[in-house]
Design a protein around this ligand. Structure first.
Ligand SMILES: C[S@@+](CC[C@H](N)C(=O)[O-])C[C@H]1O[C@@H](n2cnc3c(N)ncnc32)[C@H](O)[C@@H]1O
Length: 496
């Protein structure tokens, strides 16, 4: 996150202020609810400072001292507005009669927030318009009349009719879905390509809709640490992960568990478990988490390593994220070495594994297009050029991981993106480079063997591609490979 957490909020900082900042104008009371101010501040920081909503929002909610209900409202406003920004911008353009680029960015944020309330919430029209115009008056006084006119125009047409207007003139199905489901067109095309490779292109709209819905907060109960799911109020086991579930108040359950219960997507749990349980653990095995920050999967691996008598090393490029890994594993009584370094330069001998590691998790840096539900602004930040850059890095990390594997060692290649360039593309290229020296394992079978209920993986023969709309998880890709040759000097060799 950028330094935006310290930016002075429109709401005037501590207390959030039912009336913050500048004094209200005579005859125009400046009453803006604290939840709306928090939502606006986060939208502004996301736009102006490249802040991450999921990190900044809790800080701003705390700082404003919001009640639980107001915190939920602020969250809904922030996430809903960011997710549906593409659709709302087209509605605003039609209502304003000008391009979104031609609107002052601060005013555009106010209009987006207002359009969300008018088209997607039960907030009464007069309250939405009144408070957003008051907000416009505060952030750009000269634009209050314009904001009033645009929001009143938005309010006079139903959401369904706006969708029809927005759909007009779309040149093809992908363009239409991009507009209506508020995703960049290149992302829609990438998702279509991934689903069509499974012969399931018809699921595309369902996937896009799932990206626009709030995900449930999911918990992992780290195994073997004595945390009992039975003691968690309203605990419902996950459909697939044998160590996951939901609870009546998941945040409270995690907060009162000394780190043994953590918030974690079910797909991330499965990714870590597929590696940890791909084969029986022999005592003394050496495990490596190559790109570990912020450490969610490291925590699962640490608990599993402890139970099986394995050791674990975690590597992370960014020092701050390495610190998060240390926090994530604090509850597991296993001495895990957490080091800061570039995974492409990993040297097993220097890490006490001269023969290489028996299991390596490469949860690679990726576009994150599989976690759009949780990172609402990410879809607007990523570009196709990120894909090219990331696949190069993924290939280099893959090679480093294979070099660091012991003979017979298993590597799990994982992304939280379903983009085929990052999934099968990176995997296929690596299998080609290391032909005869690594073999692909049946990851689907490994996942089915540990899942509580059968996973619908039809169309994906050996690897695992999870999907928000089908599995209720982030769109994680998981592929296991085994080092099949006798490596003599793993640190020195390279791919063919
Ligand atoms: C997808 S995230 C890993 C998520 C993690 N496994 C978890 O479950 O919390 C990828 C991580 O790789 C790190 N990273 C990026 N480039 C790297 C490199 N060259 N070497 C090691 N780590 C790198 C990023 O900082 C990021 O923390």
């Amino acid at each position: 996150m950028s330094g935006s957490a310290s930016r002075r909020p429109v709401g005037g900082g501590a207390g959030g202020g039912q009336r913050g900042g500048r004094p209200a104008r005579r005859g125009a009371p400046d009453r803006i609810s604290a939840a709306r101010l928090v939502a606006y501040d986060v939208l502004e920081a996301v736009r102006a400072d490249e802040a991450y909503a999921n990190l900044l929002l809790p800080v701003r909610i705390r700082r404003a001292g919001l009640s639980r209900a107001d915190a939920a409202f602020a969250t809904e406003l922030t996430y809903g507005t960011l997710r549906m920004q593409g659709l709302y911008d087209r509605v605003i353009e039609l209502a304003a009669g000008r391009s979104a680029d031609a609107i002052d960015p601060a005013v555009l944020d106010v209009l987006r927030l207002g359009t969300h309330q008018l088209l997607a919430t039960r907030v009464p029209t007069h309250a939405a318009v009144f408070e957003q115009v008051a907000l416009a008056r505060r952030v750009a006084p000269k634009a209050a009349g314009f904001a009033n006119a645009v929001l009143r125009t938005v309010s006079r047409t139903s959401p369904e009719a706006w969708r029809e207007l927005v759909a007009e003139g779309a040149s093809n199905d992908d363009e239409l879905l991009a507009r209506l489901e508020s995703h960049p067109a290149w992302v829609v095309r990438a998702f279509r390509a991934a689903l069509e490779r499974e012969g399931r292109g018809a699921e595309l709209r369902e996937l896009l809709e799932a990206d626009n819905a709030a995900p449930r907060v999911n918990l992992v109960v780290l195994p073997g640490l004595g945390a009992e799911p039975a003691g968690i109020e309203g605990f419902e086991p996950d459909r697939f992960s044998p160590i996951g579930g939901t609870a009546a108040d998941p945040i409270a359950a995690a907060a009162s568990s000394d780190g043994r219960i953590r918030v974690q997507d079910e797909g991330s749990q499965l990714a870590a478990l597929v590696l940890a349980r791909a084969a029986p653990v022999r005592a003394g095995e050496r495990w490596l988490d190559l790109c570990a920050g912020p450490g969610g999967k490291t925590a699962v691996l640490a608990a599993e390593a402890l139970a099986g008598g394995a050791s674990l090393t975690a590597n992370e490029l960014a020092p701050a994220r390495a610190e998060l890994v240390r926090n994530a594993i604090a509850a597991v009584p296993l001495p895990v070495e957490v080091r800061v370094g570039d995974g492409r330069e990993i040297d097993p001998a220097a890490l006490g594994a001269p023969d290489g590691f028996d299991r390596i998790l490469l949860d690679a840096p990726c576009t994150g297009l599989g976690a759009l539900r949780r990172r609402p602004e990410a879809r607007w930040r990523k570009t196709p050029s990120d894909v090219a850059e990331l696949t190069r890095l993924q290939g280099e990390l893959f090679d480093a991981a294979v070099r660091a594997l012991a003979p017979g060692g298993i590597l799990a290649y994982v992304t939280c993106s379903p983009h085929t360039a990052e999934t099968r593309g990176t995997l296929g290229a690596a299998l080609e480079r290391w032909r005869g020296r690594i073999e692909q394992l049946d990851t689907a079978a490994a996942a089915q063997a540990l899942a509580r209920h059968p996973l619908d993986l039809e169309g994906e023969p050996e690897t695992v591609q999870l999907w928000p709309h089908r599995h209720g998880t982030d769109a994680m890709f998981i592929a296991l490979v085994r080092r099949s040759d006798e490596a003599t000097d793993p640190a020195a060799e390279g791919p063919r």
